[in-house]
Design a protein. Structure first.
Length: 89
């Protein structure tokens, strides 16, 4: 394995991690903004009021997106293991 192949493998791994985490991060960001706006409007400053809905949003997003995430992760793993002979040189 030469340096360029190692760089490509690391780049592919980081991009796969980015695309797998992006939907959940977007859900968390949107839930955080909505909860913060709701707290500003209602003047409720209870920490549980902000944390619990965000956790529920993350859980709902994870449950909905888990099949897609596993499919992408399995495809990436098959791709990397399929090219394993190329990296052995």
């Amino acid at each position: 394995m030469n340096a360029q192949m190692a760089v490509d493998l690391v780049r592919q791994t980081l991009m796969a991690a980015f695309w797998l985490s992006l939907p959940l991060l977007t859900i968390g960001f949107a839930a955080g903004i909505l909860i913060s706006l709701l707290q500003i409007v209602t003047s409720v400053q209870d920490p549980a009021f902000g944390s619990v809905p965000r956790l529920i949003a993350f859980l709902a997003g994870l449950v909905l997106l888990l099949p897609w995430m596993l499919m992408r992760l399995c495809a990436f793993t098959v791709q990397v293991l399929g090219d394993l002979g190329r990296y052995a040189h």
